[in-house]
Design a protein around this ligand. Structure first.
Ligand code: ADP
Length: 664
């Protein structure tokens, strides 16, 4: 076996490959772009080499840069991960030429599966069922329309060079065919530099079921069973599981055999996935599945297979690449229980899942959960940038049954704390909680069909608002350096005054009236309702607990530029605090700067660079929302620089005053 492994990738897959390589005693070598100089995968590796600027085309996709890093580090092998260069036959070739083992299939096998039309023709020859359709050379629009008529509507137009759902159009109505064809071709041309398409039958109630295959250099090939990846949004997988719900034994057997035949037909070696589409309109049937494509690499969702087989697929990849035989024969491949994976993305479900970037102010998860695995690409404090895929990581639960795995995963996600960029965590929890999903009543249209109930409402619930009131009182008390329940100001028992505060969520202000009630309790009047908040407490790292109308609740509270983010049951709600009496929540201790809590105009600057200030000192006065706000120091410190002048217009979150790093 080679002694060192270079991982030509980043994020969670690089970290995950490093973990296995290290366990196997290999030296691990990372590569990184400028955006990733301090990334998680770099910290995890034994050595790391810079390969270029942030854009992938100038770093992770540059073969010479990666081969150069391999030469400099003396790497014995290169693992390409997924994406980037993983399915690039030319890269596999140059590795071979340079005398470095490419952990993947032979270049010819990558090429054979590279184009969907050629792959289908090959599979037909190998007697693997393929979706009925036309995948020939004739690209004439009239001819293709005629073929579509023959196949029968609805049909699917697909780019032959396709990937990621690009250049794909479903057509239900023959009158729309020409228009959709032109648009699919345009998109394919722009995305792949290849306009060619194929036309196939659109399968009714489609389920995406794929088979994990493995082959060695000695003619052996096995199936590691199926994964169901039907939970998709825009043809992109969101939740994956193994085995497929409702899978008959004879169908698993037939699919496994078809996938192994596919691998053998192209002289495959290593890990690969054969993707099929199944017609679930009358349940899964052994004659109701068709080949779609083969991915000649490790898949994002491989951990669900690892969970049910107890095998380490990266270990198998490395052993096969080193020339070893497959460790197990087909009859010895285990299948235990059920596993479900979710992909946690930095994206905003409320804004059509638009990617969301920024620093992860919080990224925590329950500890000591033996049946849950997390493959993370970032750590708390790391940034999600616009340069790469916005996936934060994957969370996988394993259980004896599907229901147990689902329940474990849902419970785990609900106790995760993620703040900074917006994420799909709440959306994932809703999906795992949906009755039809729990029943296994799934197909690739599931998410679109149920989208309105799966995207959590943008409006905070009364319970979240009551918790926010508790968080507000606690945060404010902390900034003032006092315990709210013992201080002698307005928060003292009995002596407390009523006050009002506007908590702004997504631009909508919620007016909270906080009135002292019996004991340490406060009555919080929110919009039309009221809640009693008592027994509130918050630890130094923002773990909040409070009793709301008699129910003890826990949440996490993380300071942000203009207020705080409250995380309760996986849902992160960003609150901007608007209170003319008190805006000292604005100081962001993490970045050592006083930040503007909201957009406004600077009317007074009360400090200068070099000044030593005490906590609570007034630093800047700004005018916002037609009121003057005095921004106070959150801690003792020395002013490094003042970044604004009187008359400046500033954005929310702008660093107004920077502090020097505290000594020691
Ligand atoms: P890409 O390579 O662009 O990801 P695929 O061929 O893998 O494209 O298809 C992606 C997804 O599109 C599948 O997982 C499935 O949900 C859907 N799909 C593909 N082919 C069909 C079909 N013939 N009928 C119905 N749905 C399909």
């Amino acid at each position: 076996m080679f002694k060192s492994l270079l991982i030509a990738n980043r994020g969670e897959i690089a970290v995950r490959v490093i973990r296995t390589a290290r366990r196997m005693g290999l030296k691990t070598i990372a590569v990184y772009s400028d955006a990733d100089a301090n990334a998680y995968h770099v910290a995890e590796a034994d050595e790391a080499y810079r390969i270029g600027p942030a854009p992938a085309a100038e770093s992770y996709l540059r073969m010479e840069a990666i081969l150069d890093a391999a030469a400099r580090s003396g790497a014995g092998a290169i693992h390409p991960g997924y994406g980037f260069l993983s399915e690039n036959a030319a890269f596999a070739e140059v590795c071979e030429k340079a005398g470095v083992v490419f952990v993947g299939p032979p270049p010819a096998a990558i090429r054979a599966m590279g184009l969907k039309d050629a792959a289908k023709a090959l599979m037909e020859k190998a007697k693997v069922p393929v979706v009925p359709g036309y995948h020939g050379d004739n690209q004439d629009a009239d001819f293709l329309a005629q073929q579509a008529g023959k196949i029968g509507y609805p049909v699917l137009i697909k780019a032959v060079a396709g990937g990621g759902g690009k250049g794909m159009r479903r057509v239900d109505d023959p009158a729309q065919f020409a228009k959709e064809l032109a648009s699919a071709m345009r998109e394919a041309g722009a995305a792949f530099g290849d306009e060619r398409v194929l036309v196939e039958k659109y399968v009714a109630r489609p389920r995406h079921i794929e088979i994990q295959v493995f082959a060695d250099a000695h003619g052996n090939a096995v199936s590691l069973h199926e994964r169901d990846c039907s939970l998709q949004r825009r043809h992109q997988k969101v939740i994956e599981e193994a085995p497929a719900p409702g899978m008959p034994l004879e169908m698993r057997d037939a699919m496994g055999k078809a996938a192994v035949a596919a691998a053998k037909a192209i002289g495959y070696r290593g890990a690969g996935t054969v993707e099929f589409i199944a017609d679930a309109s009358a349940g899964l049937k052994a004659d109701g599945f068709w080949f779609m494509e083969m991915n000649t690499r490790l898949q994002v969702e491989h951990p669900v297979t690892e969970a049910i087989t107890g095998l380490d697929l990266v270990e198998w990849q490395l052993r096969v690449a080193a020339g070893e035989h497959l460790p197990l024969a087909q009859k010895d491949i285990p299948l235990n229980g059920h596993a479900v994976e979710v992909r946690l993305y930095a994206e905003d479900p409320a804004k059509k899942f638009f990617p969301s970037t920024g620093r992860l102010a919080r990224l925590r998860a329950p500890e000591n959960m033996p049946h849950v695995r997390m493959d993370m690409g970032v750590r708390e404090g790391d940034a999600v940038t616009m340069f790469y895929d916005p996936m934060i990581g994957k969370i996988v639960a394993h259980g004896e049954t599907r229901r147990i795995a689902l329940r474990t995963l849902r419970g785990f996600l609900a106790r995760m704390e993620v703040a900074g960029p917006k994420t799909n965590l709440g959306f994932l929890i809703e999906t795992l909680s949906h009755d039809a999903f729990i029943e296994g009543d799934i197909d690739t249209g599931f998410i679109d069909r149920h989208l309105d109930v799966l995207v959590p409402p943008a409006e905070p619930s009364p319970r979240i608002l009551a918790l926010a009131a508790a968080a507000y009182l606690q945060t404010r008390a902390r900034a003032a350096g006092a315990d709210p329940w013992s201080a002698t100001d307005q928060w003292v028992l009995g002596g407390r005054r009523a006050e009002t505060v506007d908590l702004v969520v997504g631009g909508v202000a919620h007016l909270l009236k906080i009135e002292p009630d019996a004991g340490d309790a406060s009555l919080v009047r929110i919009n039309d309702g009221a809640a009693t908040v008592s027994n509130a407490a918050m630890t130094a790292d923002g773990t909040l607990s409070a009793t709301i109308d008699g129910t003890r609740l826990a949440a996490a509270c993380v300071a942000n530029g203009s207020g705080f983010t409250l995380i309760h049951e996986g849902i992160a709600t960003e609150f901007a605090v608007v209170n003319p009496l008190d805006v000292d929540l604005a100081a962001d201790a993490d970045t050592g700067a006083l930040k503007s809590p909201m957009p406004g105009k600077i009317v007074q600057v009360l400090v200068e660079a070099g000044a030593t200030v005490k906590r609570g000192a007034a630093l800047v006065v700004m005018e916002a929302m037609k009121m003057e706000q005095t921004l106070l120091a959150a801690a003792d410190g020395k002013v490094a620089s003042v970044n604004v002048a009187v008359g400046d217009q500033v954005e929310a979150g702008a660093a107004l005053v920077a502090f020097e790093e505290p000594e020691k």
